[in-house]
Design a protein. Structure first.
Lengths: 235, 235
DNA sequence: ATCATGATCAATAGATATTTTGATTAGTGT
DNA sequence: ACACTAATCAAAATATCTATTGATCATGAT
């Protein structure tokens, strides 16, 4: 093997990883998988893909060794192969945020309130959690909460928030968080809470970033795979 | 704009960056640009591409805002748009190294000696540089050395090493470095030096990683653009 | 002015990716 | 055994990417 052939093969290997990331649907799937393991059916529903298409994209990720899968009954559950895969997606996201003006424009257009509402960052939230001066709510779907959430957070999916306002304190600030910096659930939650007179802010980013930074996390032992049935009791 | 349209556009933006990385030649170009700014001609020669093809690939990187360019006389000089771009490439490379067994296999096949020769890492090298117990040589092309090198290193391009052995000490260990962990120049240099009875090792990674980690760097003021002519005296 | 050079552009052919459709496989429950 | 479901596979249509060719443009040298 010549010097050139070696280089070509080496860079081609690295490019297979980049190719796996080079599709918007696959990035969305990775973002979902960063919340926890999920079935193909579930991923397809969340990402608005047909089952066959979601399956095909997941296989591309799998061939690049970015995700792994495991059969559980009728379902196949996919998970990130390594925490480094989340780091990679996050680094890509950060470069996009820093370099592409279009991203700021999109966020400003779709979440017009975001500029006016200051977000809280991880270390301030952790200090206030310890001090007990804040109520943290996880507004992601309950399945994601069960697979891992900020220690001390309550699960109130954004879809249920309007009818569960009575559960929330009026004497303490409420902090809502969701999947990540571009997830809108927390923005919607904060907006709703403020309209009802609560003091509320969002966490600047989401649960995967909190966990990656090593802050305390809790898990409610439940298995992720299920279609319309109840989760199977254990592995 | 609906929720789905927002997500689609957002992930598509992030995917443009991944798409720019999703080609082996473009990764090689980024790796070269991590050494310093260079002309299209120079990049094409180093990466074994036609001028038109190199130009096309550089424009893909430019549209993704990963590189910037500047006209200098007849040449167009490209540079990384941001140190974060190197971080991204490096994170991608690290995930590849960790996840793809094929990469290990390739390196073991092409650089069979690498396993047997232990590399030195950055902080040990820095300590020994300060102590003066080591001679560091930069075996990259002289142009790359001039644009930035490890403080205290001498430039001896690997192509000139065989006829410049007399310049090197026999009483101290020699550490050779080049472009990065997969660059073979340092391996070739170490191999040659050992055959001639020198004590020699390679730095585990290369100059861009050294600089990114904040270790001391020196620059010899010279402009990067030139074809077959002498460099223009100043900017 | 004229020419040579570095870079880009435009057009094209060939190779890869993506999505959909319908068929098939593996596992569950009756 | 039978029906049902989740997932994958195979094939095909479409879209996108890549490399090459030759033309064009800007710049610097003569």
């Amino acid at each position: 093997m010549g010097h050139r052939a070696f280089k070509d093969r080496l860079y081609s290997e690295f490019a297979t990883i980049a190719k796996a990331l080079a599709n918007p649907h696959r990035l969305e799937l990775l973002d979902l998988l960063a919340q926890g393991a999920r079935s193909v059916e579930d991923l397809a529903r969340e990402a608005d893909l047909t089952l066959a298409n979601a399956s095909a994209h997941l296989q591309v990720l799998r061939r690049a060794r970015l995700v792994e899968r495991e059969k559980r009954g009728l379902n196949v559950v996919y998970r990130l192969a390594d925490p480094a895969v989340f780091t990679l997606w996050r680094t890509l996201r950060d470069v996009g945020t820093a370099r592409l003006a279009e991203i700021d424009r999109l966020v400003a257009t779709y979440i017009s309130e975001r500029q006016s509402l200051e977000a809280i960052d991880r270390d301030e939230l952790q200090r206030r959690l310890v001090a007990g001066s804040v109520q943290v709510i996880d507004v992601r779907p309950a399945l994601e909460y069960r697979q891992g959430h900020i220690a001390g957070a309550r699960s109130i999916p954004v879809t249920e928030l309007a009818r569960r306002l009575a559960e929330l304190p009026r004497d303490r600030e409420i902090v809502a968080y969701c999947r990540g910096p571009y997830c809108v659930y927390a923005d919607e939650a904060v907006s709703l809470l403020r309209r009802h007179g609560f003091r509320a802010r969002r966490l600047r980013d989401g649960f995967p970033e909190w966990r990656a930074a090593g802050y305390p996390v809790e898990v409610s032992g439940e298995t992720p795979a299920r279609g319309r049935h109840r989760p199977t009791p254990r592995t």
